[in-house]
Design a protein around this ligand. Sequence first.
Ligand SMILES: Cc1cc2nc3c(=O)[nH]c(=O)nc-3n(C[C@H](O)[C@H](O)[C@H](O)COP(=O)(O)O)c2cc1C
Length: 364
Amino acid sequence: MWPNDRFIDLCGIELPIIQAPMAGAAFSDMVVAVSQAGGLGSLACALLSVENARNELEAIRRKTSRPINANFFCHQTPREDHDRAMNWRRRLDAYYVQLQADDNPSIPTSARAAFDDKMCNLVMEFHPEIVSFHFGLPDKNLLRRVRSSGAKILSTATSVDEARWLEDQGCDAIIAQGFEAGGHRGMFRTEDVSTQVGTMALVPQVVDAVKVPVIAAGGIADGRGILAAFALGAAAVQIGTAYLHCPEAKISPLHRQALKGARDNDTAITNIFTGRPARAIVNRFMREVGPMSDVVPMFPLATAAVAPLRAKLETAGSADFSPLWSGQAARLGRGLPAGELTKQLAAEALEKLRQLQTMACESR
Ligand SMILES: Cc1cc2nc3c(=O)[nH]c(=O)nc-3n(C[C@H](O)[C@H](O)[C@H](O)COP(=O)(O)O)c2cc1C
């Protein structure tokens, strides 16, 4: 039925749609809904403590026996750099004064921890059928343990070079993440954002360069986008922003509202929320301090100094300092429950395929 069965066969799923792991936004409810609908639900663990990740995985395993994906960041944990932290804090001084904000250590800042032994123990315990990584791969010992759990291993590439490297390390499939994508860029063999590639150009070049199945990500939000990804040679799609509109997404009302009103050209790549490039809806903080800054501490240390400003403004009903993660196709979102959305997207793509086949036949 699908033009390419390689990914659905690899994972034992029905529909070639991965609900993108979205740290801080998609939890067990969404994972269960998507996997039950026949797609692949993904639990992002980067912002979860080991205990919370365990609770989420337990909830998922209680509610579905379908395949799921557990996702982890695998960046190098940075050393604290006092001078850099002070420079960054000084850059934000005027806002602290203006907003009467304190350096309040009680405000929780997102830890964004890298995959480690403890998270690996959870993988060994819960046996997610798929384990995916962002920012490269963990060290060889951890990767060997993940592989020995029986999981298929995926990671994100933003260039042909990264895709080849991931294939050489033994990845079972590669997510080709185009420039349109919401959230953090998975880039790990370059820091140059200016040369990052769009989905339309990236996917076919990655497909030509590797033998494993390729999953297209970035700016895909409806049946047309899914079919286009297959035409480019992809074997599945990974969709994030479209799922942020679902009722299961745990995002703030401010974020939800911003997504509803976002136009095609309302987002930009910024590093000022965390220290790494990511796509978000442009707000005051991005306009005035970024979108890119040379002064930010290494990922994820930039977050701490922004948190009190963000908290102060969110309490007052403003998202001026909040990271409004979004891809370029936010306006294609439709607010359906995640399971229904998954089925509708798949049906739309197949219907579009039939329409094109009919048109081709008629024009002969
Ligand atoms: C809010 C948000 C959070 C994200 N968090 C993660 C994450 O934790 N792990 C990951 O591998 N990708 C993450 N991503 C990136 C997605 O995996 C995917 O590449 C992207 O959403 C695809 O583009 P789209 O948003 O245009 O559909 C995130 C994306 C968004 C929008």
